[in-house]
Design a binder for this molecule. Structure first.
Ligand code: 13P
Length: 342
């Protein structure tokens, strides 16, 4: 294994130090136009380039000092990278002026993994090198790639785990070569009836296969961030686990599989209510088990859901929607320290 050029490893570590600053986490607002479709439909908004731009402007222009108190970085969709605020400033530049680090989603979405029970892998490796080099020039310092796994009696299959581990590792290696920090997101979806023990088993197996691949691809572990789901029982399971149980199981899975060399783990919020995403993160950080990583949030839904519903593409609602978004961000920030007043 060849060692990374010291200037490159230092650059990656510096980016991570900034995005994992205490009390802060990441805002994921990189939903593709297709995934915004349903969310916009629910509140009766047309899903067009201009409504997506207006929505992102509402979020990103929330009060500057509060925003940067809770949020260190934002993950944008490719479309937003080239959009401008209503004052004609590119979003990337707008965020840079607010001392927010910009990241970008670089995968190109899910495709069926032939030969499996409708399991998925993620495309976008073709041209990834040149895309990453361009994004870095445009001011992005980290990049996200998401693979998904679902749990059933026979899933995730070994093929799905091996394929996605390799895809994530290849992404991470290309991303580091372009001087961006990879946010490696292996999302275990929580659709299903299974109990939390089964979720623990799947997390352990998937994460151990993933880290083996990351090592085989010589990914610089000190220069990456892991973005996993928490260990939860399936949504259709009647037993709801308390935040303390979720914290215990999640930390057990992570301790058994994620090297201490990885500096930060930022959770996703999918499969949890807004409230659960805050309470569970708080319990994880309040727990005094061994935790060699910084544990924070990289939330999409749990930060945006309520604000989006208030906004409704009406300029009169912008202040209220922004206040709601900042409130959620504040709660996540407190939870990232385990200091939520519950
Ligand atoms: P959620 O927090 O909504 O799960 O989304 C985060 C994300 O970036 C999914 O890729």
């Amino acid at each position: 294994c060849t060692e990374l050029d010291p200037a490159l490893s230092l650059e990656l570590e510096k980016i991570i130090e900034t995005i994992s600053a205490p009390k802060k986490g990441l805002l994921a607002c990189d939903e593709s136009p297709a995934s915004l479709e349903q969310r916009f439909q629910e509140i009766g908004i047309d899903n067009t380039e201009s409504t997506r731009r207006a929505y992102r402007e509402m979020l990103l222009s929330a009060d500057k000092s509060q925003f940067s108190q809770y949020i260190s970085g934002v993950i944008l969709h490719h479309e937003t990278i080239h959009q401008r605020t209503s004052e004609d400033v590119e979003f990337v530049e707008f965020l840079r002026r607010r001392n927010i680090i910009v990241g970008v989603k670089v995968d190109r979405g899910l495709v069926r993994l032939f030969g499996t029970e409708d399991e998925k892998t993620t495309q976008g490796l073709d041209n990834l090198q040149e895309n990453c080099v361009r994004y870095k020039k445009e001011g992005c310092h980290f990049a996200k790639w998401r693979c998904v796994f679902s749990i059933s009696e026979r899933c995730p299959s070994h093929l799905a785990m091996i394929t996605n581990a390799n895809v994530l590792a290849r992404f991470a290696s290309i991303c580091q070569s372009a001087r961006m920090v990879p946010i490696v997101e292996p999302e275990i979806l929580s659709n299903g009836k299974y109990g939390i023990d089964r979720a623990l088993q799947v997390h352990e197996e998937m994460l151990s296969i993933l880290f083996r691949a990351l090592n085989e691809y010589h990914v610089y572990l000190e220069g990456m961030v892991l973005k996993p789901a928490m260990v939860l029982s399936g949504i259709k399971n009647a037993i709801k686990c308390t935040p303390q149980i979720v914290a215990e199981y999640t930390l057990r899975a992570l301790r058994r599989t994620v090297p201490a060399a990885v500096p930060a783990i930022f959770f996703l919020s999918g499969g949890q209510t807004d409230e659960e995403a805050v309470l569970n993160l708080n319990a994880i950080n309040a727990c005094d088990n061994k935790k060699p990583w910084r544990l924070s949030f990289c939330y999409g839904r749990a930060l945006q859901n309520m604000a989006m519903k208030i906004w409704k593409n009406n300029s009169e609602n912008v202040d209220k929607a922004q206040a709601m978004f900042l409130k959620r961000a504040q709660l996540c920030s407190e939870a990232s320290l385990g200091e939520l007043q519950v």
